[in-house]
Write a protein that binds this ligand. Structure first.
Ligand SMILES: O=c1ccn([C@H]2C[C@H](O)[C@@H](COP(=O)(O)OP(=O)(O)OP(=O)(O)O)O2)c(=O)[nH]1
Ligand SMILES: [Mg+2]
Length: 157
């Protein structure tokens, strides 16, 4: 298991934790001195009171919690937000309220989840042409247009 170093820059900050044994993400809690209201169709930058040091080759992705999304239309507009391995500042969560009513965030509310994932850097090789494929340039709903079906038909025979 890899280790992520973490510093509490606010003594009230709550350490993230996996809610269940095999949860993909650790829940992140808001670190607030006072409740914060997010008006409909506005964003708020929510402090966590935490700074992390990811091992080289890892990123942290911040994602919405489905319960908040379903019940209150609260999401992260930049999901999956990227926390870089070389970032040493406070991890902050951008929340957006897509709902019709103001939404209040209290200190300690679990507002997002953080998935730590590996990534790779690649080298770019500039060329004049790319290999041919069945898909070619088709995208954005291209599959299914010729048959009128949304999924390609698989023939088992
Ligand atoms: O929701 C977020 C998104 C980013 N960050 C921090 C960690 C990340 O490593 C850094 C930069 O994020 P990003 O690359 O997404 O932002 P940018 O707009 O490209 O800014 P920069 O020019 O600083 O990279 O900001 C957060 O704390 N929360
Ligand atoms: Mg950036």
């Amino acid at each position: 298991m890899s280790t992520v170093k973490i510093v509490r820059i606010n003594q009230k900050a709550i350490l993230p934790r996996y809610a269940t044994a095999n949860a993909a993400g650790m829940d992140l809690a808001a670190c607030l001195d006072a409740p914060l209201e997010i008006d409909p169709f506005t964003t708020a930058l929510i402090p966590t009171g935490l700074c992390i040091e990811l091992p080289e080759g890892f990123e942290a992705q911040l994602r919405p919690r489905s319960g908040l999304a379903l019940k209150h239309l609260i999401s992260l507009p930049n999901t999956p937000a990227t926390i870089d391995a070389d970032y040493r500042g406070e991890v902050k969560v951008i929340l957006v309220n897509y709902g019709k009513k103001p939404f209040t965030v209290q200190h300690g509310d679990r507002i997002a989840q953080m998935v730590v994932a590996r990534y790779e850097h690649v080298a770019l090789e500039e060329v004049n042409s790319l290999s041919q494929t069945e898909r070619g340039n088709g995208g954005f709903g291209h599959t299914g247009i010729s048959t009128g079906k949304s999924m390609p038909v698989v023939n088992d025979e």
